[in-house]
Design a protein around this ligand. Sequence first.
Ligand SMILES: NC(=O)c1ccc[n+]([C@@H]2O[C@H](COP(=O)([O-])OP(=O)(O)OC[C@H]3O[C@@H](n4cnc5c(N)ncnc54)[C@H](OP(=O)(O)O)[C@@H]3O)[C@@H](O)[C@H]2O)c1
Length: 250
Amino acid sequence: MSYVLITGGSGGMGFEMARAFAQRKHPLIISGSREGRLSAAKALLEKEFGRTVETVAQDLSQPGGAEALHDKVAQAGIEVEILVNNAGMGLLAASEEIDFKADEALMRLNMIALVELCKLYLPEMYRRGHGKILNVASVAAFQPGPYNATYFASKAFVLSYSRAIRHEAKDRGVQVCTLCPGTTRTDFFEKEGMEVPPMADSPERVAQFAYRHLMRNQTVMVPGLMNRLSLLIPTGARIGLSAMMKDLKK
Ligand SMILES: NC(=O)c1ccc[n+]([C@@H]2O[C@H](COP(=O)([O-])OP(=O)(O)OC[C@H]3O[C@@H](n4cnc5c(N)ncnc54)[C@H](OP(=O)(O)O)[C@@H]3O)[C@@H](O)[C@H]2O)c1
């Protein structure tokens, strides 16, 4: 049976994307690193939609994490038709204040696991002649971000990598799209020890937008008019605005 696999489907935008797919009756498999959060998300989705949701607990910031997730999904006999590479984390502080191990975990989760999952699932999709991948970047992909340097750089990587493999995949029946949300009201900021920025978007609205535009095979999707307009601000000014995020540190 063809499934939608959503990494980071246990919370925030990933959970709302799981809801968006479940509303359209797609069979779902969600992953996250914390078993408890995953079981809670599974229970909520099954109660709301009356259909079984599969789960795989796997930390994707560890070496081998992506391969282990792929193996567990394969062992369950699940074929992935749509891969949503959504799991991600941020780190807010001046670069020298962030322990390298934390930066390394961020880079593994936001970039290396995403690339590895693309490389594991693309050949299977090519063999079948169809499939979709949605990689979650951010508006942070469009400029450097002082006090959030590795996060912004990781999202620029996701955007560049995704657009490149989209080109490779386009004549082989596989669509690769990139979602670039602006600030969205999830646990993401709490985990960074920050206040949620004012005017943050609702994760449900972002997820519905992402679903619609994925189905239309849009190359890069930026939800929200204000986010799209903000990209018209000169890069130098946007770098200054990004640096102001540090003032939201609790
Ligand atoms: N919120 C925003 O303003 C915003 C804006 C632009 C882009 N984004 C991007 O959107 C994506 C989703 O973010 P969100 O705001 O929904 O964040 P969130 O609420 O913190 O949710 C993150 C999800 O990823 C999972 N996850 C975190 N660390 C993981 C790990 N090491 N291994 C496996 N799974 C892990 C989490 O589950 P566990 O914690 O249980 O592992 C959770 O399901 C991220 O890629 C983020 O960079 C967010």
